[in-house]
Design a protein around this ligand. Structure first.
Ligand SMILES: [Zn+2]
Length: 323
């Protein structure tokens, strides 16, 4: 049922890439393969038309805010690396359909000197995820800056692929947004406009193709608890939030998944769930470092956040089916 990234492509690409590479570049060649799958506004591991049809219940893992460097103010990243390595052990044992990391992959922004070292460690740690499990990365405000520009977005794309894109997985349409341009579009208004036009098209396609669910993934929560709560650091300004939520409700988006808050939060906008997930890295509240397990049934979803030391040994999908 799982679609593997074609090994042939790897075999064809590998010798070409290696022809001018020294031995020490070998790791980055393998890493590149994995981290550049978000391209042309889609995600390569999910490019089969088969993914548009329901194939039975599945689960995925939602991670957020690995934020390498946050514990020490960019002096080191040992704690973040250890937590990520722990998460990777869980990922490889649980074998989810995919893993998605909802932004703030590193603490340093692309213009800061510690950025490349943090990116390198992130790549190194996540490259240990079994190759058949797609790893989807989402950009956060640390990845593209609090005021993103075309230059900061290009830096992100070089290391992690597209900043917004969509993919189908097992009959579900997943839309990934660059929420930093929703938070502050002043440095890249053209990116926000292009993303908005693209989003309208994707929502239409998802409805026309009869998606079982539409999920949205981004870094910033649209809101933490209430859809009309006042503007603050952790949500999207009402000026852009209200029309967007209307549009998403109209398209019957099932759930929005976000991070950024470094603790869990939950709210609803009509039937649509707004799920904010705690960090893999440094917590800012009582929720420990961890991640969320999301079980997708044909007409419903179930999700639960687990601290890194409390993750279940395995997921039994049949136990989770509601009567
Ligand atoms: Zn953030």
């Amino acid at each position: 049922m799982r679609l593997f990234f074609p090994a042939t492509l790897f075999l064809i690409a590998f010798p070409m890439w290696m022809s001018n590479a020294s031995a020490e570049d070998e790791t980055s060649v393998v890493v590149d393969q994995r981290f550049t799958q978000a391209a042309n506004r889609t995600f390569k591991a999910f490019n089969s038309p088969l993914e548009q049809s329901w194939q039975g219940p599945f689960f995925f893992l939602q991670l957020a805010d690995t934020q390498y460097g946050m514990f020490t103010g960019n002096k080191g990243f040992e704690k973040e690396a250890a937590l990520t390595q722990q998460a990777v052990e869980h990922i490889n044992r649980l074998q989810p359909r995919f893993v998605i990391v909802c932004g703030d992959l590193t603490n340093a922004t692309p213009d800061q000197t510690r950025y490349q070292a943090q990116v390198k460690q992130y790549h190194q740690d996540f490259s240990k995820v079994d190759t058949e499990i797609p790893l989807v990365c989402v950009c956060g405000n640390h990845d593209v800056g609090n005021r993103p520009t075309s230059k900061s977005i290009a830096s992100y794309q070089k290391n992690f692929g597209d900043d917004y894109f969509s993919f189908w997985a097992g009959g579900v349409c997943n839309i990934v947004l660059n929420s930093s341009v929703l938070k502050d579009p002043t440095g890249a208004p053209e990116v926000l406009a292009a993303q908005q036009t693209w989003l309208e098209q994707k929502l239409l396609e998802a409805q026309q193709s009869k998606a079982k669910h539409i999920f949205l993934f981004q870094h910033h929560p649209m809101f933490l608890q209430k859809e009309d709560e006042p503007d603050q650091y952790f949500n999207i300004p009402l000026e852009r939030r209200a029309p967007l939520l209307d549009q998403l409700k109209q398209a019957e988006v099932r759930a929005i998944f976000a991070g950024h808050y470094h603790r869990n939060a939950y709210g609803r906008a009509g039937e649509m769930e707004m799920i904010t997930t705690g960090p893999v890295g440094r917590p800012l509240g009582k929720d420990p470092s961890g991640f969320r397990i999301v079980i997708v049934q044909e007409t419903s979803i179930q999700h639960q956040y687990y601290g890194m030391d409390d993750v279940p040994k395995k997921i039994n999908l049949t136990d989770q089916v509601k009567p």
